[in-house]
Design a protein around this ligand. Structure first.
Ligand SMILES: Cc1cc2nc3c(=O)[nH]c(=O)nc-3n(C[C@H](O)[C@H](O)[C@H](O)COP(=O)(O)O)c2cc1C
Length: 199
């Protein structure tokens, strides 16, 4: 099967997100203009590099997270894990501005040390970020589209002590959630190692 912009009927739903998978979930914490906490999951999310640590997410439409990240100049990332999947899902609901998804999802506000935006205290790890840019995306015709790329730089890292083992972050114990296509998820709880040719 091959196709361009017209998907064959046999594919009942767009498989794009099932193909570009698994994706980490950027669970983004922000404050709105009134200082009310906001939390939402974004799987168009990725780390951009390591020195300095930078992360990015894309919003389909100007949702609360990019709007707050732009207005306040900061946001947090919390690691969404298997144990927190139901809370993560609750936080994805279309709640109005000013709805505190931390409260709605039964989560504890983690108090950031550098930025004002809170993180998910129950999460094994979280990152405080300062917003570098919030840019609308442009397609191949040069049209500005209603999609917004938010880039941030990590200014503080939080790891719960019980997830540090032998000097490493214990990813298997944290069991991060990965987003696939449709309504599918996977859990990264089984690790294996592959050394590199230059090791
Ligand atoms: C696992 C998951 C991943 C999501 N990823 C995205 C995404 O990358 N971009 C997006 O615009 N919406 C995404 N959504 C939908 C948003 O989470 C949803 O619209 C939410 O209400 C946005 O919250 P906010 O307006 O408080 O930022 C995702 C939802 C789920 C459950």
């Amino acid at each position: 099967m091959h196709y361009g912009s017209d998907r064959p009927e046999i594919l009942k739903h767009d498989p794009f997100k099932a193909i570009v998978a698994p994706r980490p979930i950027g669970w983004i914490g922000t404050l709105n203009a009134d200082g009310v906490p906001n939390l939402g999951p974004y799987s168009f999310f990725m780390p951009l590099g390591s020195a300095p640590h930078m992360i990015a997410f894309t919003s389909e439409g100007m949702k609360h997270s990019p709007a707050n990240a732009k207005a306040q100049g900061e946001f947090t990332f919390s690691l969404a894990t298997d144990a927190l999947k139901h809370a993560m899902n609750v936080s994805s609901g279309s709640h109005p501005d000013g709805a505190n998804e931390f409260e709605l999802a039964g989560l504890t506000l983690g108090v950031s040390q550098v930025v004002g935006a809170p993180f998910v205290a129950e999460s094994p790890a979280a990152l405080e970020c300062r917003t570098i840019s919030v840019q609308p995306l442009v397609d191949i015709e040069g049209n500005t589209i209603d999609r917004y790329l938010v880039i941030g730089q990590v200014v503080q890292t939080h790891i719960r002590d019980e997830y540090i083992r032998d000097g490493r972050f214990d990813t298997a114990a944290a069991a991060p959630l990965a987003r696939l296509g449709y309504r599918d998820y996977a859990t990264a709880d089984t690790l294996w190692e592959l050394t590199r040719p230059d090791d």
